[in-house]
Design a protein around this ligand. Structure first.
Ligand SMILES: C[S@@+](CC[C@H](N)C(=O)[O-])C[C@H]1O[C@@H](n2cnc3c(N)ncnc32)[C@H](O)[C@@H]1O
Length: 178
């Protein structure tokens, strides 16, 4: 089976085209940002860690990407930079090979999701990759799932994609806006 992050890219790809405005809410090492940059018109990417911003910037420069606005700030401030977007990803948890204590926070993610859903265009999609394999990640996953479950079905479809024979493996949530 493909890695969950590759499956997340498949789901992003399905809902995006060369005119799409994309948001990477957690730039990290820059792999998701690069993927979006290769397929969307414009990408706005956030990370609170300078180390992550530096890594993402280097990856984008290596690939000659010029359609990304890379921001060293919390995704919670998305409404300062984005009027409307079509596709978004939250790849949660901590920066691989970085400080594992600096991780995404469930409360902040929910507040950001509420703002993001108001900015998401009709037929838009948000994909979340969740990591319940550590304590904070488990709590965050439960919070995100509960939030998705209560979204009104008149406006949104939400889904969960998870391997059923592995404990605490990373998994995905998808939110589609009608
Ligand atoms: C799992 S990594 C992201 C992986 C990344 N998308 C990639 O392709 O390499 C999670 C990132 O979220 C960042 N982060 C944590 N809280 C954040 C926040 N409030 N706003 C933006 N980024 C945040 C962390 O600094 C970390 O780099």
């Amino acid at each position: 089976m493909k890695k969950i992050t590759d499956i997340a890219h498949d789901f992003l790809m399905e809902a995006m085209n060369e005119k799409s405005i994309a948001v990477d809410f957690t730039a990290g090492q820059g792999y998701d940002t690069l993927f979006l940059a290769n397929h969307a018109q414009k990408v706005i990417a956030y990370d609170i860690q300078l180390e992550a911003v530096t890594q993402t910037k280097a990856l984008l420069e290596e690939h000659h990407c010029q359609n990304v606005v890379l921001l060293h700030k919390s995704h919670e401030r998305v409404n300062e930079d984005v009027e409307c977007f079509d596709i978004g990803i939250f790849n949660l948890g901590y920066l691989p090979h970085g400080n594992e204590n600096i991780t995404t926070d469930g409360d902040t993610v929910i507040r950001t999701l509420k703002k993001a859903l108001n900015l998401l265009a009709g037929k838009g999609r948000i994909v979340l990759v969740l990591y319940p394999g550590f304590e904070a990640g488990k709590k965050e996953s439960e919070q995100v799932e509960a939030f998705c479950a209560q979204l009104p079905s008149k406006q949104y479809d939400t889904a969960k994609l998870i391997m059923t024979n592995r404990k605490n493996c990373p998994y995905m949530m998808i939110i589609d806006k009608h």
